[in-house]
Design a binder for this molecule. Structure first.
Ligand code: ASP
Length: 409
């Protein structure tokens, strides 16, 4: 009997952890297998987004529908990100992980050459000077922007654009096939990535930061297991138990790669294969979500900023904490969907309330493991959002029957 991919991935996570612990530093040799998996995923992101967005928009028929989906998506993404940050702020105020942390022993970090996004650079990210350069540089937002334009233009051209419609539909189907092949490698990729990370991490760095980590993990847990499932039940009318099973391969890939962008092909595949969400909705809501909707990152940035304030003995007023809430939301939108991006955009939050940037040095050591967790929550949030928007659009979803899955999840 062949095990389902999500069962294989579960086994990969457990055995990867054990092998990582057993091998220690030697696990570095497994990196290459993980890298191959991530490269394969990254390789198809751009054509996948282009094909699926154009095909999705063209199939909407009526452009007003795109506006409606866009508005719902915007409301869902903003509301959930703010909810996540709210949970993080409450927890960090209650648990006070930074109080009593000894600052002296921590290394300062030079943030001078780490770029933080400015308004101009955000515009540059969205509107490419040259669409092919945008694609070549993996600028996901600019590919989304161009795909939107292209899709709308094809829709409003009519007869003469028929060949293009057929072309993008066909490309979309073919890209999904390629994704399916890559997904079969996921168990090996996840195993290698986890063994490598656990093996080379070193557990000694964790101890002084334990309470801080627990605070972040607890916050992420509440968001992932309480807030989002409640929304999924209320607005998506979808059983969270079935949905987590449906999306497990995507969430586990997000966890092991720490990149929402690299995970995107698998997130799309899981949604289409297992949940019944249409390409119309998935192709718009998901790529956008992978790039701008990062609930986990926003929560993490708010907790980390407060942790740094507490460690430096700086107390922040309610007003300043509201600034953190707002800037953490913006910083999560600006963060690229790649490993460690949230750590970089945190500069925005720290600057906004005048906290010392050197504080980032303190939390650097445990960033990778928290990055894996927040990325899993980011992808879970995108997936829940897609199901909710699809349901609000009146779609019939595969929400109950546990047996009518295709077996490919
Ligand atoms: N790695 C995260 C992601 O891809 C972003 C972050 O660093 O928080 O979603």
């Amino acid at each position: 009997m062949r095990l389902k991919v999500h069962t294989q991935i579960l086994i990969a996570i457990v055995s990867g952890t054990m092998v990582g612990l057993a091998l220690g530093e030697k696990a570095v040799h497994l990196k290459v297998a993980g890298d191959i998996f991530i490269r394969l995923l990254k390789m198809i992101i751009i054509p996948l987004i282009l094909a699926s967005m154009v095909a999705g928009i063209v199939s909407l028929g009526d452009i007003r529908r795109l506006g409606r989906i866009g508005l719902k998506t915007f409301i869902y993404y903003t509301a959930t990100t703010l909810l996540a940050v709210g949970v993080g702020l409450v927890l960090v105020n209650v648990m006070k992980p930074g109080v009593g942390v000894d600052m002296g022993a921590e290394a300062a970090v030079d943030m001078a050459d780490r770029e933080t996004p400015s308004i101009i650079s955000i515009i540059e990210d969205i509107i490419p000077e040259n669409v092919f350069a945008g694609m070549a540089e993996n600028k996901v937002l600019s590919v989304i922007f161009f795909s939107l334009l292209l899709g709308i233009a094809i829709s409003s051209t009519g007869e003469k654009a028929r060949p293009l419609t057929a072309f993008f539909e066909s490309l979309n189907t073919v890209m999904m096939k390629v994704t399916d092949w890559i997904m079969r490698l996921a168990p090996v990729g996840v195993f290698a990535l986890i063994a490598y990370t656990i093996g080379t991490m070193g557990l000694s760095v964790v101890k002084p930061l334990a309470v801080y980590m627990v605070t972040v993990v607890l916050g992420l847990g509440i968001h992932a297991f309480v807030t989002l499932p409640v929304l999924l039940i209320l607005f998506g009318k979808y059983s969270p138990f079935k949905f987590i099973k449906d999306m497990f391969s995507a969430v586990a890939t997000a966890f092991s790669t720490a990149s929402s962008a690299a995970t995107l092909p698998i997130t799309m595949e899981c949604l289409r294969e297992n949940t019944g969400v249409s390409n119309k909705v998935a192709s718009f809501v998901l790529p956008l979500g992978a790039t701008v909707n990062m609930d986990g990152t926003a929560l993490y940035e708010a907790v980390a900023a407060m942790f740094i304030a507490q460690a430096y003995g700086i107390s922040l007023s309610i007003g300043q904490q509201l600034v953190i809430m707002l800037t953490a939301t913006l910083a999560s939108i600006g963060a690229a969907a790649i490993p460690g991006a949230g750590l970089v955009t945190m500069v925005i939050v720290l600057r906004a309330v005048n906290l010392p940037l050197e504080g980032i040095g303190m939390i650097l050591a445990v960033d990778r493991i928290l990055d894996m967790l927040r990325t899993a929550v980011n992808v879970w949030g995108d997936a829940c959002g897609t199901a909710v928007v699809a349901r609000l659009e009146g779609e019939e979803l595969n929400d109950k029957a546990p047996n009518n899955q295709t077996g490919k999840n």
